[in-house]
Each structure stands twice: as structure tokens, then as C-alpha cells.
Ligand binder design. Structure first.
Ligand SMILES: NC(=O)c1ccc[n+]([C@@H]2O[C@H](COP(=O)([O-])OP(=O)(O)OC[C@H]3O[C@@H](n4cnc5c(N)ncnc54)[C@H](OP(=O)(O)O)[C@@H]3O)[C@@H](O)[C@H]2O)c1
Length: 330
């Protein structure tokens, strides 16, 4: 094994700078588990970190990449052995802990999850934070009494990573899913994932003077935020829930309390970064059971780490469809 590994290295003294660098393994931070990283992913948050947008990286120098999957090389934690296939998503990677855009990573055992037998190492990164978040959103809706037999479920930002996985899982569980997208050209793709119908994203985010409108949705997975979330709130059915995941369309939420106090609508916050290991394993078990592997493969494209700087702006501009796996060896 070489003493060094290739990684993306981000510094910010006197200006943001991201470059490839060979890093000595001995420089890796403390942690019980040394992982040979095989795949990482490209999430919206990775796009932000790679382009120097504020709010992701909180410590420099940083190796970005919020997700990683690979093989254990060394472990001082009894629950992991050399050769185990493992995944880490969130847990401060690319924020305060060196992340997955690297040939090697050293991580805390409490952050590591064994990849379920029915999921390949590459598929674990096809899922990544986006798919993990989508599953969290579905579980949150279930815990709040959302049922397949009820009204339609709407998924916003449908063509993105969280949206695509949410549609595939919800459809497999028997929900009738309406996909909200700004891209007509991806309707066939979304139908293949399980969308039964479509709503243009501008219809959900259009301004309105009314605090509430006709009840339409039995549940929602929202990755867009802003005016879209405000529009959803006005049209949710009595007692229904919105799993609030993202901010692709904006962070401000201008609304009234009426949907909450007159229709008992629930806003369910989703955070994929800080999740206890026991719950992480449960979420991965649900992904193994409820996400069709063949569909996952069809929504996934693969790129090499050397292409990552070309792809980062694309995901921020909403031009990437589905999930993107990063082979860190090329
Ligand atoms: N809470 C958490 O822990 C967590 C975890 C993962 C992700 N997130 C957040 O969830 C969001 C989605 O993440 P992702 O990885 O799925 O990103 P993604 O692949 O880029 O998908 C985002 C989708 O949102 C839609 N969109 C983009 N810009 C928009 C705009 N200005 N107005 C309305 N819709 C817009 C697009 O869908 P269409 O083209 O189909 O309209 C795009 O494909 C991001 O905000 C991300 O930060 C949060």
C-alpha cells in the first residue's frame, strides 16, 4: 500500500482554492477505522463546497465529499474488520472532518455503517446522502400516519437526487406520487421511477393572497423550500405532513400559521447529517428493502474524480438528473 493517496484539497487562506494533491496517510485525522475509499458521490451540498459557497466547509484545509464508501483497511473498533464494505454519509464529512473525495479516509466507528448485503458498494454511493435523506423523509411521513391509500403524495425537485429516490421508494410502497419538476423533458424518466402524474414547479411556487387553497396533497417530500414550500402548505390536506428536506429554490419561508392551526398540517424537519448509528443502520435496511436496485442503477451516472470540478456547477444549476457516483480512482 502506498504511503500517500490522491485527494481534492481545499484551502482558504487569502482566497478559496481547490486542487488535487497527494496526501500522506499519516496526516489523516484520528478515528478507529481506516477506509480505502472506492466511491463517493455528488450531492447539491458537494456542489456548494466545491464552488466555494459559504455554509458547508467549516474548517480548513478540507478534503470535500460528504459521502464515502469502500473497504476497511484497518480498524481498532471490534465491530469492523479488514475487508468489510462500509459507508459513511454526513457525520460532518466535508464540514469539519475530511471527506470522500480521496483515496483514503479515517473515520470514527460511530459514524460507520456496514453496507447491507443487497446493496453493492457503488450502489451505496448511488444512494449517498440524497437517497438516505429521501428514505428519512419517507419514514418521517410514515411515522406521522401518511398512508398509501390516502391522497396523492407530491415530491418537489423531482428530477434531483433526493427527489428521484423519494419517488422510487414511495411508488414501490404503493403511494400515488405526483412529481413536481421544472423539466418537461424528464417526464419519461420520472414515470419510469414510478411517478403517476406531474405538476410544473411554477404551479406550486406561484404567489397567492390566500392563506389556504383547496386541499390536494396527502403528503409531501420537499427539496425546494422557499415559495414552493409556502405553496405546498396552502394546499395540504387536513392532518397531512410535509417532510422538509431542502433549499434548492430558496431559504425564506413566507407563510401563515393557518395551515398548521386550521388543518393540522405537520412540518417535519429532516437532517441527514446528525443521525445516531442505530437509526442509520435502520434507514439503510429500509433502503435495501424498499429501493429497487435496478431502478437505482437507471437513475445513476458515474464520473471520475477528475471530472468533479466540471460537474459541481451543473448540480447547483439544476442540470444533473438523478444520482451521480464518483469513482475516486480515476
Ligand atoms: N436535510 C438534509 O439533510 C438534506 C440532505 C440532502 C439534501 N438536502 C437538500 O435537498 C436539496 C436537494 O438535494 P439534491 O442532492 O437532491 O440536489 P439536486 O440533485 O440538485 O436536486 C435539486 C432539484 O431541485 C430542483 N431545483 C433546482 N433549482 C431550483 C429552483 N431554483 N427552484 C425550484 N426547483 C429547483 C431541480 O429539480 P427539477 O429540475 O426536477 O425541477 C433539481 O434537480 C438541496 O437543497 C440539498 O441541500 C438536504
Amino acid at each position: 500500500m502506498s504511503d500517500t493517496f490522491r485527494a481534492i484539497w481545499i484551502t482558504n487562506d487569502g482566497g478559496f482554492r481547490a486542487e488535487f494533491r497527494d496526501i500522506p496517510i499519516r496526516d489523516l485525522p484520528e478515528g478507529e477505522v481506516l477506509v480505502r475509499v472506492q466511491y463517493s458521490t455528488l450531492n447539491y451540498k458537494d456542489g456548494l463546497a466545491l464552488t466555494g459557497s459559504p455554509g458547508v466547509i467549516r474548517r480548513y484545509p478540507m478534503i470535500p465529499g460528504i459521502d464515502l464508501a469502500g473497504e476497511v483497511v484497518q480498524s481498532s473498533a471490534p465491530e469492523f474488520n479488514r475487508g468489510d464494505r462500509v459507508v459513511v454519509t454526513g457525520c460532518g464529512l466535508s464540514e469539519t472532518v475530511w471527506g470522500g473525495y480521496a483515496g483514503m479516509a479515517r473515520v470514527k466507528a460511530a459514524d460507520v455503517v456496514p453496507i447491507p448485503a443487497g446493496i453493492s458498494t457503488k450502489q451505496a454511493m448511488a444512494i449517498g446522502t440524497a437517497g438516505f435523506t429521501a428514505m428519512q423523509a419517507v419514514i418521517a411521513l410514515e411515522r406521522n400516519r401518511t398512508k398509501p391509500a390516502g391522497r396523492d403524495i407530491v415530491v418537489t425537485g423531482a428530477g434531483g437526487g433526493v427527489g428521484s429516490v423519494a419517488i422510487a421508494v414511495l411508488a414501490k410502497l404503493g403511494y400515488r406520487v405526483v412529481a413536481s419538476t421544472g423539466r418537461r423533458e424528464i417526464h419519461d424518466y420520472l414515470r419510469e421511477l414510478g411517478a403517476a402524474d406531474f405538476i410544473d414547479r411554477t404551479a406550486l411556487s406561484a404567489p397567492s393572497n390566500k392563506p389556504m387553497e383547496a386541499e390536494r396533497w396527502g403528503g409531501a417530500v420537499d427539496t425546494v423550500g422557499g415559495d414552493t414550500l409556502a405553496g405546498l402548505l396552502r394546499t395540504m390536506a387536513h392532518g397531512s405532513s410535509i417532510a422538509v428536506c431542502g433549499l434548492a429554490g430558496g431559504i425564506a419561508l413566507k407563510t401563515t400559521v393557518f395551515p398548521l392551526i386550521l388543518r393540522a398540517v405537520n412540518l417535519l424537519g429532516i437532517n441527514s447529517v446528525l443521525v445516531h448509528n442505530t437509526e442509520r443502520r435502520e434507514i439503510w435496511a429500509r433502503l435495501e428493502r424498499d429501493l429497487d436496485g435496478a431502478l437505482l442503477d437507471r437513475m445513476t451516472q458515474e464520473i471520475g474524480l477528475s471530472e468533479i470540478f466540471e460537474w459541481a456547477p451543473k448540480i447547483l444549476q439544476g442540470e444533473v438528473r438523478g444520482r451521480t457516483v464518483v469513482d475516486v480512482s480515476r
